[in-house]
Design a protein around this ligand. Structure first.
Ligand code: AMP
Length: 561
């Protein structure tokens, strides 16, 4: 039987159409392999090499394998089965790695939620993904995530377990114990030794992991990443970034984000038998010291953090000679910043542009300096298809700017159980509408120039304006509001909120921030500037004229300067 003959495990996952899938198989890009297989083979091949460093914890690949296998069996003992989803909202700690790898092993896709997401985002993801368990850690964001998870467990019957780090209630599962093969575990244990199981008929299109969208409007969408495409993408990224068994990859940004997890990131490094160092701060002094201490070779940063590191590296006495590759992504660095990274950090800059839905572009490590500094790279796969189109969906002439549409061997065909969002974000023939404006250089590299969609990019954190405006609308003192990006030296842009107040009320910035926090919005979505106006300008067809608001904001800022 063709490996594509079998029905996908979960019918709610939109799959790439059969003709294209067969072409990826024929071209040898897709293999009958799961990301879990790549990771397990590396653990078995390099048992004595260091795999994970987190605080005082140091695990070899052999020790990691023992922990992952034990955690997988314990999860099975708790009733977690192949195809079940488990939400993971954890900081960069060893337990994150052990849990994610164990879930991959037993075929229960982790749904990766950024630690900074608040109740609003978490609640939405839980309703959309219907997980059987949720893993959280005490501390981190202002509202206690463990409390939030317990509340969600009482609200949703499908949510059976709260796996908790640091604050373990009577009904919670102790996640540290679950991840520690030598630790006390009096819970049930599953029977299966995962690696001894016969392979399922088809692992190709089953979801391996679920990432969350950053580039769409509205609350985060759940993205089911098919196993064969995901494994192919991680394998390919390792080659492009020069990641091998002697790589030491430092993760300081949240490992739950695709850029850090799989570009090639934490998963790619582990799949090569390399070492992942988990940092919990982007603070330049501490991170640079960690690079020196662990002889870090690779790291991935958003441009705003890279900028802070450059300023600190100029003064730091840290020995950064081990650092070979610094990736930037999530937002576009200015050419000035990009130009300084190589000389100041002594590493090759690799620009990365991509999205949780799929497409990844990279500059090559041996590209000319102008390509590395001025472009966001080329698509990772020869079978990535990229179209640049005008507002009517027609291709723009070579060198022109338009919206970037893409499909390919590792770009998904839609969102999980969300046909309406899928229909909006994907064309009928399966191209994802990125919402990004881009230009292609004659050499085939892409330059990202802006966005079609109304999203504010605060140093790589995406804030859908509409989402924020809907939350603001619930404030009793607000009649109407519109969020626009205010240019910012460090973050690129921050949120400026234009507000039309109810008569007799004039909500202040502080009041609005408190109100939005109270609704559970992530901290980075909060406005940093409020402009109270009598009315919002509108376009000819009556839509709020954001262009006019941006121009107004520029005028106000110029007057203040
Ligand atoms: P996410 O799904 O969170 O990774 O967000 C994807 C979006 O981030 C893209 O659609 C872009 O809008 C933006 N993005 C990612 N990398 C870059 C980059 N190198 N330059 C400009 N924008 C980027």
């Amino acid at each position: 039987m063709s490996p594509l003959g079998a029905r996908p495990l979960d019918e709610d996952v939109p799959v790439i159409d059969r003709r294209r899938a067969e072409a990826y198989l024929r071209a040898g890009l897709w293999r009958e392999e799961r990301i879990a297989d790549l990771l397990r083979e590396a653990r078995l091949r390099h048992p004595d090499r260091l795999a994970v460093v987190s605080g005082t914890t140091r695990l070899t690949h052999g020790e990691l394998h023992t922990a992952v296998t034990a955690a997988g069996r314990r999860l099975e003992g708790l009733g977690v089965r192949a195809g079940d989803r488990v939400v993971v909202q954890l900081p960069n700690r060893a337990e994150f790695v052990v849990l994610v790898l164990a879930l991959l092993d037993i075929g229960a896709p982790p749904v990766l939620v950024l630690p900074g997401f608040g109740d609003y985002e978490l609640g939405h993801v839980v309703r959309a993904a219907r997980p059987v368990a949720i893993a959280v850690s005490a501390g981190g964001r202002a509202a206690n995530p463990v409390e939030s998870a317990r509340r969600l467990r009482t609200e949703h019957e499908f949510l059976g377990h709260v796996l908790s780090l640091g604050d373990i209630g009577a009904d919670d599962v102790d996640l540290a114990a679950l991840c520690d093969p030598a630790g006390p575990w009096d819970g049930p244990v599953g029977p299966a030794v995962v690696s001894a199981r016969p392979p399922r008929p088809s692992a190709l299109t089953d979801a391996a992991v679920f990432l969350l969208s950053g580039g769409t409007t509205g609350p985060p969408k759940v993205i089911p990443r098919g196993d064969a495409g995901y494994a192919y993408m991680v394998r390919t990224a390792c080659g492009i970034a020069g990641v091998s068994h002697d790589t030491v990859y430092l993760a300081v940004m949240p490992a739950a984000h695709g850029f850090v997890l799989n570009c090639p990131g934490v998963l790619g490094t582990l799949a090569q038998g390399g070492t992942v160092v988990l940092g919990d701060t982007t603070d330049p002094r501490q991170a640079l010291a960690q690079i020196e201490r662990e002889r870090v070779t690779h790291c991935a940063l958003v441009p705003t953090v890279a900028m802070q590191w450059l300023a600190a590296a100029d003064r730091a006495a840290a020995d950064l000679s081990s650092l070979r590759v610094l990736q930037t992504g999530g937002a576009r660095p200015t050419p000035e910043l990009a130009r300084r990274i190589g000389p100041v950090l002594g590493a090759t800059l690799q620009q990365c542009y991509g999205m949780s839905e799929g497409l990844l572009c990279y500059t090559a490590l041996d590209d000319r300096e102008t390509v590395i500094v001025e472009t966001q790279g080329r698509p990772a796969s020869p079978m990535d298809e990229v179209l640049i189109v005008d507002e009517h969906g027609r291709p723009v002439p070579d060198g022109g700017t338009g919206e970037l549409l893409t499909r390919g061997p590792y770009t998904v065909a839609g969102y999980y159980r969300d046909p309406a969002a899928t229909a909006k974000a994907f064309t009928p023939d399966g191209f994802y509408r990125t919402g990004d404006l881009a230009t292609r250089t004659p050499g085939g590299a892409l330059v990202v120039n802006g966005r079609v969609r109304d999203i504010i990019n605060r140093g790589g954190e995406k804030i859908p304006a509409e989402d924020l405006e809907m939350a603001v609308a619930r404030h009793p003192g607000v009649r109407a509001s519109a969020a626009v990006g205010a240019p910012h030296e460090l973050y690129g842009e921050t949120v400026c909120l234009y507000v039309v107040p109810e008569t007799g009320r004039e909500p202040t910035l502080l009041e609005l921030r408190r109100f939005l926090r109270g609704l559970g919005l992530a901290v980075w979505k909060l406005p940093e500037r409020v402009e109270v106006v009598a009315q919002l300008p509108t376009t000819a067809i009556g839509k709020i004229d954001k262009k006019a608001l941006r121009a107004d904001l520029a005028r106000r800022t110029a007057l203040e300067a």
